[in-house]
Design a protein around this ligand. Sequence first.
Ligand code: GLY
Ligand code: MN
Ligand code: MN
Length: 449
Amino acid sequence: MEISSFIQRRRELIEKLGNGIAIIPTAPERMRNSDVQYPYRFDSYFWYLSGFAEPEAVLVLIGGECPQSLLFCREKNPSRETWEGMRYGPDVACVAFGFDMAHPISELTPRLPELIANRETLWHSFGHSSPWDAKIVAALNTVRSNRRSGKRPPKQIRDLHSLIDDMRLRKDVSEIDAMRRAAVISSNALRRAMQVCRPGKMEYTLEAELLYEFRRHGGTPAYLPIVASGINACTLHYIGNDRLMQDGDLVLVDAGCEIEGYASDITRTFPVSGKFTQAQRDVYGIVLSAQEAAVAALAPGMPVADFHEAALRVLVQGMIDLKLLEGSLDGIIESKAYRRFYMHRTGHWLGLDVHDVGAYTREEEGEGEEESQKLEAGMVLTVEPGLYIPCADDVPEELAGIGIRTEDNVLIMADGCKIYTSAPKTVEEIEDTMKKAEHERRKYARNNT
Ligand code: GLY
Ligand code: MN
Ligand code: MN
């Protein structure tokens, strides 16, 4: 991603700060056990405004008459760099990432009181990091205790995240480009999972194929992949991935990588053997129709709540047709009896976070009441209807244990919307993909025995 994108976002945010100062720390490194860290992932807000991936870094943005963007980061340290790799250091980082000034991170705590003194507003998101909350409170108290030297603390403390959330909701061209690249890799990973799948394999062997496809194209998992065969598909956040997949099972795979911090989030459900049973086809068809109805409700100006309602009507009608529920469509929606088989919303914002930030409702102008957020070009969502049918005495036998979800990523465009994920999806596409892979396997085996 071009550095100019990050500079532009900082400029835009600084405009909103008034005569204020914003403190934006990146995420801390986290230890797994002695000397072993969890893989490092920067804070999404910090990254959004800096493009700087090192830990131990803080962005300080100053609004008002002399707008400034400052980076505090680790100093060069040849002996640490021997162990941990290159650090930019303040001087190089300042130029490479387009800051007005950069300083050693060790200088931030002592300079914080002077930085925040005499500003109208201190922008920070309290409650996300106790150590940072404590540092900021300490700086405020230092300023308060120095009133006699003419310093005064900021008059107001305001929530910074909500300001940035609104910016993050509308993706710019470079963000959309990163999300499309993540989607291509993830779509190929899902296709690969279909191609290698067959009875007798463990779920984690499909997980390995997903990770292989992500990593060989520079992606990292945006979340823990779900490979849920058989009844496991009815556990929404199943991540054990350690069951033997059997003939007759469906397998639900929910996986996505991130590129330059931007996530993709795809789900496909396919038969382990490569061929859907009639009952599986029936349920699958309902889920696909629900997704089509949801996508038809996505266009600029539409309330974001509508796509869930559109999918829900199709799913509930499906539950009635499958004899899972009795009653009228509206009655079942009203009573929420459908929740036994469909217990989540039909999608969410997607971006730097898989469940991305951004409001789903807004205060109606002048009314003080909440209304659904209206869709705008540049917003990105997942559309992921599903049906999850538990094993129970009152459920038709051939349907018991079927769990199906289909999830794609959708960009709102000026003239409608675009699904930009592309793994095989219809019954025909999936069966064809799996049949061709089986054919190739047999051909290879013939030629190598
Ligand atoms: N992969 C998490 C979700 O679909 O929301
Ligand atoms: Mn998902
Ligand atoms: Mn999702």
